[in-house]
Design a protein around this ligand. Structure first.
Ligand SMILES: Nc1ncnc2c1ncn2[C@@H]1O[C@H](COP(=O)(O)OP(=O)(O)OP(=O)(O)O)[C@@H](O)[C@H]1O
Ligand SMILES: [Mg+2]
Length: 281
C-alpha cells in the first residue's frame, strides 16, 4: 500500500512581489517499507518538500495523500493531528528536552496524543501503558540501560537514538529524518545508519534528507531534486550494509587489542590506552 502519494505538488513563495517557485510539480509515491533519501543542491527545494511531507506546511497546489488521508483539505486541527499521529520526526540537532530523562523524552508524543483523545480508553494515552511503550522502544534502539539518563549524560549518537525512539513511540506511518547524522562523527553516523537499516528491515518506512552521497548509499532509493523538480528517482541496486561498514571502521580505527603484544613488539602509541606497567610502582 502507498503510504505517501504526491501528485503535482507545487509550492510558491511570494517575496516582495517576486514569485519564487520552490517546488514545480513533484510526483512520487512511497510504499510501506521503503527507505528513501532525498538529495539535491542548496535551494533545490529539499526543506520545502520536507515541510510538506511532514505536514508542517501545505502546498500551493497538488495533492498529498498520507496513509489514505488527503491532507490538503484538512482543518488546522486535523492537520496537526495527522502530523502527531502519522509522522515521526528526527532532526539534525536531536531536539531532546534538557533536564529530562531519556524515557520521559520518548514518552512525550504519547501525552500529546493522549490529550487529543476524547474518551479515556486506556490506550497509548494512558501514562502506565505509555511508560511501558517508551521503555520498549528504547530497548529497541539499544538503550535499555540508559532509561533515566539525561541528554547531557549521553553521547551524541545515543541522544540521536533517544530521538529515534521518540519518533517511533506512536508507531507512525513513516519516519522523516532531516540530516540525522549532520552533528555526528563517522562512527556515530554509521551507528545511526545501522539502526535505520535494522528498523527498515523490520518494516519501518523511512525518508531521510541528506547532503552526503555516502549516506544515501545506505538507503534503497534516492530522489534527487534540482530547481524544484525531480531530476532523478533511482532504486539503489545494492544498498551498502551499515553494520558491516561500522564493524570495518572499528577494526580500522582500533587496531590490535591493547595489551596483546606479539613477539615482544612495541605497543602502538595511542596515549592513555597503552597498558600501564603491571606491578613495580
Ligand atoms: N519562506 C520563503 N520565502 C521565500 N522563498 C523561500 C522561502 N523558503 C524557501 N524559499 C526559496 O525556495 C527555494 C527552495 O528552498 P529550500 O529551503 O527548500 O532549499 P533546500 O534544498 O532545502 O536548500 P538547502 O540545502 O540550502 O537547505 C530556494 O530558492 C529558497 O530561496
Ligand atoms: Mg534545506
Amino acid at each position: 500500500m502507498a503510504v505517501i502519494e504526491l501528485r503535482d505538488i507545487r509550492r510558491e513563495y511570494r517575496l516582495e512581489g517576486v514569485m519564487v517557485r520552490a517546488l514545480r510539480g513533484i510526483n512520487f509515491s512511497v510504499e510501506t517499507g521503503e527507505f528513501i533519501s532525498i538529495m539535491g543542491p542548496s535551494g533545490s527545494g529539499k526543506s520545502t518538500l520536507m515541510n510538506i511531507l511532514g505536514c508542517l506546511d501545505k502546498p500551493s497546489g497538488g495533492t498529498y495523500t498520507l496513509d489514505g488521508i488527503e491532507t490538503s483539505c484538512s482543518s488546522p486541527d486535523a492537520f496537526a493531528q495527522i502530523r502527531n499521529k502519522k509522522i515521526g520526526f528526527v532532526f539534525q540537532a536531536f531536539n531532546l528536552l534538557p533536564r529530562t530523562q531519556a524515557v520521559e523524552n520518548v514518552e512525550l508524543p504519547l501525552f500529546y496524543r493522549g490529550k487529543e483523545r476524547t474518551s479515556g480508553g486506556g490506550g497509548l494515552g494512558n501514562p502506565l501503558r505509555g511508560r511501558e511503550r517508551a521503555v520498549a522502544v528504547l530497548r529497541e534502539v539499544g538503550l535499555g540501560d540508559r532509561l533515566t539518563h539525561l541528554p547531557n549524560q549521553l553521547s551524541g549518537g545515543q541522544q540521536q537514538r533517544v530521538a529515534i525512539a521518540r519518533a517511533m513511540v506512536n508507531d507512525p506511518a513513516f519516519i522523516l529524518a532531516d540530516e540525522p547524522t549532520g552533528n555526528l562523527d563517522t562512527e556515530m553516523a554509521l551507528e545511526i545508519m545501522s539502526l535505520f537499516q535494522a528498523l527498515n528491515n523490520r518494516g519501518k518506512t523511512i525518508i531521510m534528507v541528506t547532503h552526503e552521497p555516502e549516506l544515501a548509499a545506505y538507503t534503497k532509493r534516492i530522489i534527487t531534486l534540482r530547481d524544484g523538480e525531480i531530476l532523478r528517482d533511482q532504486r539503489v541496486a545494492e544498498p551498502r550494509n551499515a553494520p558491516e561498514d561500522l564493524a570495518q571502521w572499528r577494526r580500522d580505527h582500533n587496531p590490535a587489542p591493547q595489551g596483546i603484544l606479539l613477539d615482544g613488539g612495541v605497543p602502538p602509541d595511542t596515549g592513555e590506552r597503552v597498558p600501564r606497567r603491571a606491578g613495580g610502582g
